[in-house]
Design a binder for this molecule. Structure first.
Ligand SMILES: *[C@@H]1O[C@H](CO)[C@@H](O)[C@H](O)[C@H]1NC(C)=O
Ligand SMILES: *[C@@H]1O[C@H](CO)[C@@H](O)[C@H](O)[C@H]1NC(C)=O
Ligand SMILES: *[C@@H]1O[C@H](CO)[C@@H](O)[C@H](O)[C@H]1NC(C)=O
Ligand SMILES: *[C@@H]1O[C@H](CO)[C@@H](O)[C@H](O)[C@H]1NC(C)=O
Ligand SMILES: *[C@@H]1O[C@H](CO)[C@@H](O)[C@H](O)[C@H]1NC(C)=O
Ligand SMILES: *[C@@H]1O[C@H](CO)[C@@H](O)[C@H](O)[C@H]1NC(C)=O
Ligand SMILES: *[C@@H]1O[C@H](CO)[C@@H](O)[C@H](O)[C@H]1NC(C)=O
Ligand SMILES: *[C@@H]1O[C@H](CO)[C@@H](O)[C@H](O)[C@H]1NC(C)=O
Ligand SMILES: *[C@@H]1O[C@H](CO)[C@@H](O)[C@H](O)[C@H]1NC(C)=O
Ligand SMILES: *[C@@H]1O[C@H](CO)[C@@H](O)[C@H](O)[C@H]1NC(C)=O
Ligand SMILES: *[C@@H]1O[C@H](CO)[C@@H](O)[C@H](O)[C@H]1NC(C)=O
Length: 663
C-alpha cells in the first residue's frame, strides 16, 4: 500500500462535486448528470481553483449533514490527519489510489459511491526498466534492482533516464515508442444481501461498474463522469462479480469503480479487488469450458475428473502436480439464492463463500490421478480428481473449478496463463441420484479401470470397500481361471511360436480383465432415468419401500429384465429395480482380436449382441454404452431428454456371462 499523497485542491473539489452529484441524482447509469459533467468538462484549472476557494470560504455550502461535504471539509482543513483518518476509519479517499503493476488492491464500497484509482504511466515503463541489464540499473543509481517497492515508485525511473547509455536509451525509446498494453481486472468478493423473503429482488444481483479514462480531463471517471472515458456512458458492468478491460496506452490510466443504489429489501456493501497488469489479466474467467468431466454420481457422492493438466505423462511431471495441485473445486446447493449467486465468476467470492461455516455439509477431496481418458485409452496424463461426499440425494448442485492464484504465472495447455488473481472456469451443475441402488466405486485394487456407479444397496451406502470386495473377489476368481488357460497357450515362448506378432498375451490379459470387470460390475442408473440407451433390470423386485416398479407400457415381461446381468448382484447385493448402461460391444471384439484363437472366444451376433452390448454414439460427448474411463461431459447440450425407453426385442440374455467366462 502506498501512502496517500496530498493532492492539489482541485482534485478534491472534483471528488466533492462527484460525490454530491451522486447524492443529488438517483443512481442510474443511463441518466447523464448535467451538473457534475459540465463542471468536469472544464479544462481550466485556474477556474476550478477559484471555484474551490469559493466553495471553501464562502457560505455557499451545501446543507450541514451532507456527509460527502463534511468529509471534504475536514480533509481540507486538517490535511495532516487525513492519512490516519483514512486508514483507521476507512473513509472514501478523494485522491485516486495508485495501483501497482501485478498487485491487487482491495476495497470496501458502499452503495451509490465511486472509488478512484490511477495506474500511473511510470508503471507502464516497469517492464522496459526490468529488461535493462542489471549494471545499467546500478549505473542509474538504483541500488537494489529486486526491490519491487523501489521500482514501483513512479517518480524514480523517469528522473534517472538521462544516465542511461546511448544504446540503452535507444532500446528504451523503441520499447516506449509503442503504447503499452494494460489489462484491468476486478473481482467482487462480497456483496449486499437480499432480505429474508425478498424473492423478487434475488433475481438481479446489483453489480459494480468499472469506468476507465486515459484523459487528463477526466481523472475520476464514474457514473456521473463518463465524458472522455474509454468505457463510455455505461461503463463495464461486472458480470457474475468479474470485470475486465484491456487497453493500449502511453499515459496514466484512471479507473473508477462505481456501486449502484440498492433496491428496497437489500442491505450491505461490496468488497472487491482490482488489479492492473502489463503482462496479461491478473484475474481470469474462462467461459468456454468447465474444465471438468463428471465420472459418475450416486445418491451421496460424485466423482469428477479434470482435463489434462499437462501435455506430458512423464512421472517427474506427474509427481510435480501431486506435490502441488493448484486446482480446487467449489460447490453450492442449487437454489433460488445461494451465497455466490451473482458472483459465479469471482475467484475470491467462490473461495471465501465455500469456506464459510455451516453453509454446507459435504466435503471435496482433491487428488491427482493418471487414469481416465475420454475415449477409453491409457495415456497416463496427470489430471485432477475431485471426490464430493456427503451430498443429499436427488439434489442439484452448482460446481466451479478454479486455479489458485499465485505470483508466479502458471501456464496450462488449453487454459492460458493464470496470474495472482486466479482463474475461474465455466460453472456447471449436476444432480445426485435419487436411489441408493447405485453407488460410485473407483480406485479399486483389481478392477482398477472401474470408476462409475455400480448396483448397490443402502446397506453399503457409506462403506464402499464392503461393496467393492464382493465384486472384486468374484472378478479375481474368474480371472484366475482365465489366467490358467492363458498360461497353456505358450505365451512366453519365442516369436515363431507366438500366436500373433501384433498382439501379445499381455494385451489379451488386459482386454479380458477390462471386459470381465465391466460385465460383472454393470454401470448403474436410477430406475427413473429415461436415457434410451438404458435397459431396466430387476423389474419384478420391490423397491426398498416395498412397492413394485410400474410396468413400462408396451414392454414385454421377459426373464432378461427381471434379473441382473451378474447373478451375484441379486443374491448378495440386492439393489432392487435399477437401469443399466450396457458395456460397449468393442470390448468384446477386443478380446477376440487380442486373445489366441485356441481360447475359443467369440462375440454373439445380431439380436443377441444388441441385447448384451451397446454401441458407441458418433458424438463422443454422448454416453450410450459403458467402457473403462468413460466420462460425462458437463454442460453438454441435448442430452437424454424424454424420449421414452426403447428396448431391444430380444427375449433372452441368459448365459451372457457364462458364454465368455467359460469359453
Ligand atoms: C461505447 O464503447 C464501445 C466499445 O467500448 C463502442 O463500441 C461503442 O460504440 C461506444 N458507445 C458510444 C455511445 O460511444
Ligand atoms: C493493443 O495492441 C496489441 C498489439 O500491440 C493488439 O493486439 C491489441 O488488440 C490492442 N488492444 C486494444 C484494446 O486495442
Ligand atoms: C489428454 O491427452 C491425451 C493425449 O494428448 C488426449 O488423447 C486426451 O484426449 C486428453 N484427455 C483429456 C481429458 O483432455
Ligand atoms: C468456523 O468453525 C470453527 C469451529 O468449527 C470456528 O473456530 C470458526 O470461528 C468458525 N468460523 C466462522 C467464520 O464462523
Ligand atoms: C447436515 O447433515 C446432518 C446429518 O448428517 C443433517 O441433520 C443436517 O440437516 C445437514 N445440514 C444441511 C445443511 O444439509
Ligand atoms: C505417455 O503417452 C504416450 C502417448 O502420448 C504413450 O505412448 C505412452 O505410453 C505414455 N506413457 C505412459 C507411461 O503411459
Ligand atoms: C444446469 O445447467 C444447464 C446448462 O448450463 C442449464 O440449462 C440448466 O438450467 C441448469 N439446471 C439448473 C437446475 O440450474
Ligand atoms: C465396511 O464393511 C466391512 C465388511 O462388512 C466391515 O468390516 C467394516 O467395518 C465396514 N466399515 C465401515 C466403516 O462401516
Ligand atoms: C497369471 O499367471 C501367471 C503364471 O502363469 C502368474 O505369473 C501371474 O501372476 C498370474 N496373474 C494373475 C493376475 O494372477
Ligand atoms: C418407492 O421408491 C421408489 C424408488 O425410490 C419410488 O419411485 C416410488 O415412488 C416409491 N413408492 C412409494 C409408494 O413411495
Ligand atoms: C410383446 O409380445 C407380443 C407377443 O407375445 C409381440 O407380438 C410383441 O411384438 C412384443 N412386443 C415387444 C415390444 O417386444
Amino acid at each position: 500500500m502506498q501512502r496517500p499523497r496530498l493532492l492539489p485542491l482541485q482534485s478534491r473539489l472534483l471528488a466533492y462535486l462527484v460525490a454530491t452529484g451522486a447524492c443529488i441524482a438517483l443512481w442510474t447509469p443511463s441518466l447523464p448528470l448535467v451538473h457534475a459533467a459540465e463542471v468536469l468538462v472544464t479544462p481550466d484549472h485556474d477556474a476550478l481553483d477559484s471555484l474551490a476557494l469559493h466553495a471553501f470560504t464562502s457560505g455557499d455550502i451545501p446543507h450541514i449533514g451532507d456527509e460527502a461535504f463534511d468529509r471534504e471539509e475536514s480533509d481540507g482543513y486538517e490535511p495532516e490527519f487525513s492519512y490516519l483518518d483514512r486508514s483507521l476509519i476507512g473513509r472514501q479517499t478523494d485522491a485516486p489510489e495508485p495501483l501497482k503493476n501485478n498487485e491487487k488492491t482491495e476495497k470496501d464500497i458502499d452503495p451509490e459511491t465511486t472509488l478512484h484509482f490511477v495506474f500511473e504511466k511510470g508503471q507502464l515503463r516497469l517492464r522496459s526498466v526490468v529488461d535493462v541489464p542489471l549494471d545499467a540499473l546500478e549505473a542509474r543509481g538504483i541500488d537494489n534492482a529486486s526491490d519491487e517497492a523501489g521500482l514501483g515508485d513512479t517518480t524514480l525511473v523517469p528522473g534517472k533516464e538521462g544516465d542511461v547509455g546511448d544504446d540503452e536509451m535507444g532500446e528504451l525509446a523503441k520499447r516506449q515508442a509503442g503504447s503499452s498494453r494494460v489489462w484491468l481486472t476486478a473481482n467482487t468478493c462480497r456483496q449486499p444481501m437480499p432480505n429474508g423473503d425478498a424473492k423478487e429482488a434475488r433475481k438481479n444481483h446489483p453489480q459494480l461498474v468499472m469506468y476507465v479514462s486515459t484523459s487528463p480531463r477526466n481523472k475520476q471517471p464514474g457514473p456521473d463522469a463518463t465524458q472522455d472515458t474509454l468505457t463510455n456512458i455505461t461503463g463495464v458492468l461486472f458480470d457474475g462479480g468479474y470485470a475486465s478491460f484491456e487497453l493500449n496506452t502511453t499515459s496514466d490510466v484512471y479507473i473508477g469503480i462505481g456501486a449502484p443504489k440498492l433496491e428496497e429489501d437489500w442491505f450491505g456493501s461490496w468488497h472487491f479487488e482490482l488489479a492492473a497488469s502489463t503482462d496479461g489479466p491478473y484475474h481470469s474467467y474462462d467461459d468456454a469450458t468447465p474444465f471438468l468431466y463428471m465420472i459418475d454420481t450416486d445418491s451421496e457422492s460424485t466423482l469428477f475428473i479434470s482435463q489434462n493438466l499437462s501435455s506430458s505423462n512423464d512421472t517427474v511431471e506427474v509427481d510435480r502436480w501431486r506435490a502441488q495441485n493448484p486446482f480446487h473445486m467449489y460447490a453450492f446447493p442449487d437454489g433460488e439464492w445461494t451465497p455466490v449467486t451473482g458472483l459465479e465468476r469471482s475467484y475470491c467470492a467462490l473461495k471465501e463463500q465455500f469456506n464459510v461455516n455451516a453453509t454446507r455439509n459435504f466435503t471435496i477431496d482433491t487428488s491427482i490421478t493418471t487414469k481416465f481418458n475420454k475415449i477409453g485409452g491409457d495415456d497416463n496424463m496427470p489430471k485432477s480428481q475431485f471426490h464430493v461426499r456427503n451430498l443429499q440425494s436427488a439434489k442439484t448442485y452448482n460446481g466451479f473449478v478454479v486455479i489458485e492464484g499465485s505470483q508466479q504465472p502458471l501456464t496450462i495447455p488449453g487454459t492460458g496463463t493464470t496470474r495472482g488473481g486466479g482463474r475461474v472456469f465455466q460453472a456447471f451443475n449436476w444432480t445426485t441420484k435419487a436411489d441408493d441402488s447405485c453407488q460410485v466405486l473407483f480406485d479399486l485394487e483389481f478392477c482398477d479401470m472401474v470408476a462409475y456407479a455400480v448396483p448397490s444397496n443402502t446397506k453399503f451406502k457409506l462403506n464402499d470397500s464392503a461393496l467393492a470386495e464382493i465384486y472384486e473377489n468374484q472378478a479375481r476368481t474368474y480371472y484366475d481361471n482365465f489366467n490358467k488357460s492363458l498360461a497353456q497357450v505358450a505365451c512366453d515362448t519365442v516369436s515363431e511360436a507366438q500366436y500373433s506378432l501384433a498382439v501379445t498375451c499381455e494385451d489379451c490379459a488386459k482386454t479380458y480383465k477390462n471386459w470381465l470387470c465391466m460385465v460383472l460390475m454393470p454401470r448403474c442408473e436410477d430406475w427413473t432415468a429415461t436415457d434410451p440407451s438404458l435397459v431396466p433390470r430387476n423389474i419384478k423386485t420391490p423397491f426398498a419401500n416395498g412397492s413394485l416398479p410400474e410396468m413400462i407400457p408396451g414392454f414385454n415381461d421377459s426373464a432378461a429384465f427381471s434379473q441382473s446381468r451378474n447373478p451375484k448382484i441379486d443374491s448378495e447385493i440386492e439393489p432392487g429395480p435399477y437401469k443399466e448402461l450396457k458395456p460397449c460391444e468393442d470390448m468384446c471384439f477386443d478380446i477376440v482380436r487380442t486373445c489366441p484363437a485356441q481360447m475359443g472366444f467369440a462375440c454373439p451376433n445380431g439380436v443377441q449382441r444388441m441385447g448384451m452390448y451397446g454401441q458407441r454414439d458418433e458424438n463422443p460427448d454422448r454416453l450410450t454404452c459403458s467402457f473403462p474411463g468413460a466420462v460425462v461431459k458437463l454442460n453438454a447440450k441435448g442430452g437424454s431428454g424424454m424420449l421414452g425407453v426403447h428396448l431391444p426385442t430380444i427375449t433372452s440374455i441368459a448365459g451372457l456371462v457364462a458364454v465368455m467366462l467359460l469359453g
